[in-house]
Structures are given as C-alpha cells and as structure tokens.
Design a protein around this ligand. Structure first.
Ligand SMILES: Nc1ncnc2c1ncn2[C@@H]1O[C@H](COP(=O)(O)OP(=O)(O)OP(=O)(O)O)[C@@H](O)[C@H]1O
Ligand SMILES: [Mg+2]
Length: 297
C-alpha cells in the first residue's frame, strides 16, 4: 500500500471488457489521470459508462489493471470506494424528502453518527453546489439542473479523492450547465475529476486534458491545446452554395448562403478553399474518422 510519485493519480492499463452478448465495450484502455479535470469524450456506445462503472468498482473488467495513488484497486476495491464519489448517468428519485433531509441520511449512511458533524457536512455540501436556498424543497420537485447539482453533493460526501461523473450536463440549459461546470472546477482544485460527455464544448471549456474513446479504444489523448495544435495546417474550409454537390468532408455545417464544409488535406485542395482554424470539434471528428466511425459524427 505504498504511495509513490510515479504511481500517483488514477492509472489504468490494458483494461478489457466483453459483455456476455459479445460486445467488446473496452478494448485495451490505458489512461493516466492526475488531479484536475479530465475529459472522456466519445460517441454513444463508445464505452464511457462501462469504463466509469468499472473504475467505480461496480463491475469487473476481464483483464487489465487499475490503481489509485499506487494502490491496486482490483485487489483492494474498498480502498477505491472509500475515496470515490460517483455520479451515474441516471440518478433515482426520492419522493417527499427534502434535500437537507436526504443529504443527512446519506452522510449517516457513510458512518457518521455524530449529529453536529452531520449538520456541518450537510451545510458544507449544500453551499458547495449552491443549493442552500433550496435545502428545504423536496428533491422530487427539483429541476433537472438542480437534481444534477444535488447528485454532485451526494457524490462529494466525505471529500473524495476521485470524482467520476458520467454525462452530467445532458439536458441542462446554458445557465445550469455553467453553474454545474463551476462546481466541478472547484472540486478539481484538489481532487481527480473524470468527466464523460459527448458534448465537445463541455470539455473545451473545462478540461485541460482529455481522451477520446471510440469502440472501446482510446483514439486520442493529450492536452486540449496540443490536440488542437496537431490539426493545424491540415484542415481547409469553404462554403458550397445551396444546390451544388458537396465534396467528401470531415464535417459539414449549415450557413446562411449554403453549406460550410471542412476537409482534411496536406495541401490546399482547391483555390476556393481557405485554411480552417482547428477546434476541439475537429480533433474529435479526425480521431473518429481514423477509426472508421465517421458516421458517428
Ligand atoms: N450490460 C450490458 N450488457 C451488454 N452490452 C452492454 C451493456 N452495457 C453496455 N453494453 C454495450 O457496450 C457498449 C458500450 O456501452 P456504454 O454504455 O459503455 O457506452 P457509452 O459510451 O456510455 O454510451 P452513451 O454515450 O450512449 O452513454 C455498447 O455497445 C453497449 O450497447
Ligand atoms: Mg454512457
């Protein structure tokens, strides 16, 4: 159980998982996640939730290794569980209970019988997720955004070293999404936060580092800035007037006068093409195109 600098953070090696129906959901995943906010980006069915449930020790991989701060998590799952906060893709509903009451119950479930401690912990958590003003409201009447923030409060009980959040912003309006992002980036000051999403902007705004996962494999990994820089000079764009045939494109988008196409090419593909300034969205499409998942784009 020694913690070494080289083993610090969450380290995943060669993780594989094939479900009984034959779907290979994880196909040799390697990752190293240090404190801060780390993004896991991938299309539907890529394996994000499978990876997160496995890291949360809710299911076992077929093979591979997971360690947290140098400790073998598969051999000692309780080490991980004691340091983990996990917000699953769906959280349940609890009719008739106030947020304050429900939080108190969950803090108690973590083994805290001292009332004074529980009261302080509940207030700290409500404050952290900006729900202090709605603490006496029943959780079943919360909006989608409030419910997500409440889920984070539950996941933050006991100040976890590792926080895993699975597609937390789906269905949130821009104000709620922003609020949610603030809460997460506060937590990431001193914890490892692993966030999965298929929404590129979530990661662009929030995560210094990310991995793109597709068909159970990591197809790109690095800092947002490096990944974007690696696309520079390779992409070209033009607007094709409405009614004209579109060239084969990395991705297309509607514009007032026609369709903006972005193509990959080592040299300018035609006089009417301009250099395209890459974004994380381009990184995503390029990574998926390389694995033949372009239809997912
Ligand atoms: N319990 C299960 N039994 C069989 N197959 C499963 C199971 N859970 C997931 N899968 C399959 O494994 C693959 C990966 O699924 P997973 O839920 O991990 O993807 P995801 O990236 O979270 O997708 P989404 O963005 O839609 O949530 C999919 O093909 C899915 O159908
Ligand atoms: Mg999922």
């Amino acid at each position: 159980m020694t913690e070494s600098a080289s083993g610090s953070g969450l380290v995943v090696g060669g993780l594989c998982k094939t479900y009984r129906n034959g779907v290979r959901a994880l196909d040799g995943v390697d990752l190293r996640v240090l404190p801060g906010m780390y993004g896991l980006l991938g299309p539907n069915g890529a394996g994000k939730s499978t990876l997160m449930r496995t890291l949360a020790t809710l299911q076992s991989p077929d093979s591979g290794t997971i360690s947290l701060d140098g400790v073998d998590v598969l051999a000692d799952p309780d080490y991980q569980r004691a340091r983990l906060g996990y917000l699953p893709q769906q959280i349940g509903s609890y009719p008739g209970v106030t947020a304050r009451g429900l939080l108190d119950r969950f803090v108690w479930l973590k083994g805290h019988t001292d009332r004074g401690f529980r009261r302080r912990e509940v207030e700290r958590l409500l404050d952290r997720v900006n729900l202090a003003d709605a603490a006496e409201q029943t959780v079943s009447t919360y909006s989608g955004g409030m419910l997500r923030r409440f889920g984070i409060a539950l996941a933050l009980i006991g100040s976890p070293r590792l926080l895993i959040v699975d597609e937390p912003t789906a269905g949130l309006d821009p104000v709620e999404r922003n609020r949610f992002h603030h809460v997460l980036s506060d937590v990431a000051v001193d914890a490892i936060v692993l966030l999965s999403t298929h929404i590129v902007e979530d990661i662009e705004n929030l995560c210094a580092r990310l991995a793109i996962i597709d068909k159970g494999r990591i197809v790109a990994e690095g800092t947002t800035a490096d990944l974007i820089a690696s696309c520079r000079g390779r992409l070209w764009e033009k607007v094709v007037p409405r009614g004209e045939e579109l060239p084969e494109a990395l991705h297309i988008g509607a514009r007032p006068t026609g369709t903006r196409v972005v193509v990959e090419s080592a040299t300018r593909p035609g006089d009417d093409f301009e250099p395209h300034d890459p974004t994380l969205e381009d990184v995503y499409y390029l990574a998926l195109a390389a694995t033949g998942s372009k239809e997912a784009a």
